[in-house]
Design a protein around this ligand. Structure first.
Ligand code: ATP
Length: 467
């Protein structure tokens, strides 16, 4: 695994995983752009998550709701008044910090010093709302604004009735969504760990009160296992954090965070909360006709009853919600940190290798000609590359821009699980040794090579990259 975040930052920039946002204009703090390899890795992560949480279950639906929503969503969700960070200013250096995360901050004028060590005095904390605002429509009227969503969750709650009515689901069932979220973080830091624009993979799982605790437990176990089995994170670097009562969000009955030991420290990767009936209870009309247990704002704007008719008890109930909420970017970062390895070879050299799970690797196969000035070898290699590419299932590349040793190193560094090499045996030019129409397949992790007939190549690779 990576020892420092710098190892990952530099690999990401060098090989095209992740770039600082708006770099040519001096950057925009808290934003990053995913490059040619980063977008593949991120898409693979999201696809595997969707596969596990939607396709592999019988009780889930998907959703893709709008980023811009009616302002009342954020009033009744509580974000307008509680989605705040305590902000302090340093009177000396004018640096701004989160009062609860002083250890993460360093002064702008005194970059080596933590604010506590800077001679400057800190102001009293004041609340700072982290939602970005944007104008809606052409008239700059102070009321015609919307927030960029700071979480994807609310889009699910406000569509509860739509999903229920259009699918005819019975409790318990869940709705999954992956999408962008925006938070005006006071101190975006640590590469893609804390940014102002990021992606979330969230589930709102609706159930009957009373079932909530067991379902909560099951998600904690299932998702922890998923990060290990599917994403390859080491159990030693993962832990569960039982959020203590005084740190719980106002809507939460219980929250357990899945923590990962990044090179920067052990930090939250995914939060799994029991939100009770707070969300549907907040956004429903007719609140006083329903037995809502959570403390909610009196809703005077909602036009829908967000309830479920329970045939067993013959009454309308407001479902409880279990919410697993994971950061895509924090997932990508954990996966990269975990997979990174600098391996000392017998010849004294060091090779950098990303030991990614094959299903996550941006490129699955690199087809390499042993000699680039042998037309028959080049032809055959290109034909094999097209054959794999046309099967349409995995990203395949062809590369002949360096000697074979260097080509292997390049693929190791970006985590390509298989390199296929076309040599003289493949084209039947060596002595008749029975190796005509076979290629070598080199395994990234062991560097072992196996001879595989071209006609079996597709299946050989396919079997090995399935999650
Ligand atoms: P933190 O305490 O680290 O700020 P949080 O508790 O505010 O995180 P949640 O509101 O629970 O985070 O959001 C759910 C998930 O979204 C987090 O587990 C994390 O993976 C991701 N996330 C939240 N804020 C950011 C951010 N600024 N940058 C990247 N990912 C984020």
């Amino acid at each position: 695994a990576a020892q420092t975040l710098d190892q990952i930052v530099s690999l990401c920039k060098r090989r095209g995983f992740i770039f600082p946002g708006s770099e040519i204009y001096g950057g925009l703090q808290g934003t990053f752009d995913y490059g040619p390899l980063g977008v593949e890795l991120k898409n693979n992560l999201k696809r595997l998550w969707w596969q596990h949480n939607v396709y592999d279950r019988d009780d889930m639906e998907g959703l893709d709701s709008a980023i811009l929503m009616n302002r009342w969503v954020w009033y009744y969700s509580g974000h307008e008044d509680t989605f705040v960070d305590p902000l302090v200013d340093c009177k000396l250096c004018k640096g701004r910090f989160r009062a609860d995360k002083l250890q993460e901050a360093s002064c702008l004028k005194h970059p080596k010093l933590h604010p506590g060590e800077c001679e400057g005095e800190l102001t009293e904390p004041r609340p700072f709302n982290m939602m970005f605002k944007t104008q809606v429509g052409p008239v700059p009227d102070p009321e015609s604004f919307a927030y960029l969503r700071p979480e994807t969750a609310q889009g699910i709650f406000i569509n509860f009735k739509n999903v229920l009515d259009s699918t005819g689901r019975k409790l318990p069932f869940g709705v999954a969504q992956i999408g962008k979220a925006f938070r005006n973080e006071v101190t975006p830091r640590n590469f893609v760990f804390r940014t102002r624009e990021f992606e979330q993979m969230e589930i709102e799982y609706f159930c009957r009160p009373g079932e909530d605790e067991a379902i909560h437990e099951a998600f904690i176990k299932d998702h922890l296992e998923w990060w290990i089995k599917v994403c390859g994170l080491s159990p030693d670097r993962l832990s569960l954090y039982e959020v203590p009562p005084h740190e719980l969000a106002h809507y939460s009955k219980r929250t357990v965070d899945i923590m990962y030991r990044y090179p920067i420290g052990t930090e939250e990767l995914e939060g799994i909360a029991n939100r009770t009936d707070f969300d549907l209870g907040s956004h429903t009309r007719d609140q006083d006709k329903l037995q809502i247990t959570a403390k909610v704002k009196k809703n005077e704007h909602s036009t829908e009853r967000l309830t479920y008719f329970d045939q067993a008890s013959n009454r309308h109930i407001v479902p409880y919600v279990i919410e697993p909420s994971a950061g895509v970017d924090r997932g990508v970062l954990a996966i990269l940190c975990e997979a990174y390895d600098e391996e000392r070879l017998d010849n004294g050299e060091t090779r950098v290798v990303l030991r990614l799970k094959p299903a996550l690797a941006p490129i699955k196969v690199a087809v390499l000609p042993l000699k680039k000035n042998e037309p028959q070898i080049v032809e055959t290699a290109k034909r094999i590359k097209r054959m794999l590419q046309e099967a349409g299932e995995f990203r395949t590349v062809y590369d002949d821009t360096a000697g074979i040793g260097k080509l292997y190193r390049r693929q190791d560094e970006i985590g390509t699980p298989f390199c296929v090499t076309v040599d003289f045996d493949t084209i039947g030019r060596a002595e008749d040794n029975g190796l005509k129409d076979t290629v070598t397949v080199r395994d990234r992790d062991t560097m072992k090579q196996e001879r595989v007939p071209i006609k079996e190549l597709y299946n050989y690779i396919r079997e090995r990259i399935m999650p």
